[in-house]
Each structure stands twice: as C-alpha cells, then as structure tokens.
Design a protein around this ligand. Sequence first.
Ligand SMILES: O=C(O)[C@@H](O)C(=O)CO
Ligand SMILES: [Mg+2]
Length: 270
Amino acid sequence: MPRLAANLSFLYQELPFEARFAAAAEDGFAAVEYLAPYACEPGWLVEQLRTHGLTQVLFNAPAGGCSRAQVHAAWDEGWRGTACLPGQQAAFRYGIDLALDYAQALNCRRVHVMSGTPSAAEAGDRLHWLRQLEWAAERAAAQPQPVTLLLEAINHTDMPGYWLHTQQQAYAALQEIGHPLLALQLDFYHCQMTEGNALAQLKRYLPTGRVAHTQIAGAPGRHEPDEGALPWKALLQTLDQAGYDGWVGLEYRPRGSTRAGLAWARHLLG
Ligand SMILES: O=C(O)[C@@H](O)C(=O)CO
Ligand SMILES: [Mg+2]
C-alpha cells in the first residue's frame, strides 16, 4: 500500500514544532515533510529524524529572499516562490542553493520549488520560469546526492493568482525543459479544487512516470480525506496498483486532534 508521510506544518499543530517528530513516529509514520526547514539548524533536524527513526521526504525551497533573514520573513510578507518573476532571479538562485544544502544535510531527495504569484508590481514570464527551473535542475544534478525538484499546481481559492495552477501547465513545463530531475508533485486537494477530477488527473499523469510525490486532503475543507468529495480510496488504490514508490504526504488541517483524525489511515500506518 502507498507509504504515508506526516506533513508537520499541517498535522500536530496542537504541539510545538519540535514535539511533532516524536508524535508522528508514535503514530506509526516512517517519514515526514514540512514546508520550510530554514528556521532550524540542519544538525538539529538531522538529530530529530535520527532519534525518531524518520525519513525526510520533502520540503520547500524558500518562498523568497536573498539572505537568511529575508528567507525567514518571506512567507509572512506574501512571497510564494519566485521562479516566474524575472526581477527575483537573485532570490530564486539564493533559495535554490540554500534548499540544496539542506537537502544534502537531511538526506532528502525531493524539494518543492514554488513558482510565484505575479502581481501589479511584477508580471510572470513563462520563458523565464522555464529557464530558472532548468538552471535549478542543473544545480540539483551537481549535488553529491541528486535531488528531484518538484512542481505543484496550487488552487486559486487558497492561493489567489498563483502562477502554476493546473497539472497540464506543470506537465507541459516538464516536457519542454526535458530535465530528468524535474517532476510533478500532485496534490490531490489542489487538483480536486481546481480541476474537479483528481482521480482522472492521477490516471492521466501517473503513467507518464513523472509523478514523484503526492499529497492528500479532503476537498473542499482541507481536513481529513474522509470528509468531502475526494475519492481517497480510489486514489490510493490507483497508486498501489501502479506500483507507485513515492510518498503520499498528509497535508491537511485535522478537524480536532491529529491522532484521533488518523482513523481513516490507521490501516496504512506502522
Ligand atoms: O499544498 C501546499 O500548500 C503545499 O504543498 C505547498 O508547498 C505550498 O503551500
Ligand atoms: Mg501541497
């Protein structure tokens, strides 16, 4: 059956971040993901993973910023990546190198690279987006342990104006760049919200061999997958039948306690 990873930015919010590793391990997870490791020293994170027997399977490249201080402030300032924004090339490149350093330290093989949100101040540029992703993939390929960089389509209800919002847009970019270290992060929640047919999209893109990571949440509430319209059983079965060897990140806001809300997934956890 598909392997589940706990997203520590969404699950266990009833606990401080440093306590979430132990909680995930106690609930039977073997792997974790979260949005940003940059507030923590890599050595501390490695120690958390080692102590609790966890694998780090994903995190995001910085949302913006050209220095550690700017990276820390970027999300709250509204940055959601910089890849499509020509005026942000320095921030994009700084962020990719920082993310790749963390990926090496944490032995993490997948990094999500956010595309950015064009605004009145700066329009998005498709050619620039493609060239930046290509540059990043080359940097990833030069690492001692190669890292796959992921593109995730995000819905416009949660993230208005976000550049990358359909699977087709992401897949076309991958095809055009043609780099083996660029792949899809198929978040079923965003897919269901935007395209209304997460199962059909999975069946379309899984056979391409370019889906390297998936995430799940019920739609439209973004709570546990057993609430709402997402066909979660069929999605997991489809991954299973295809021999998908990636992870499924549980990226939802629990209705109540995280542990109680894991009932739907209990049979899939250790
Ligand atoms: O779906 C999400 O929100 C995340 O996977 C992410 O990386 C951007 O917020
Ligand atoms: Mg996601």
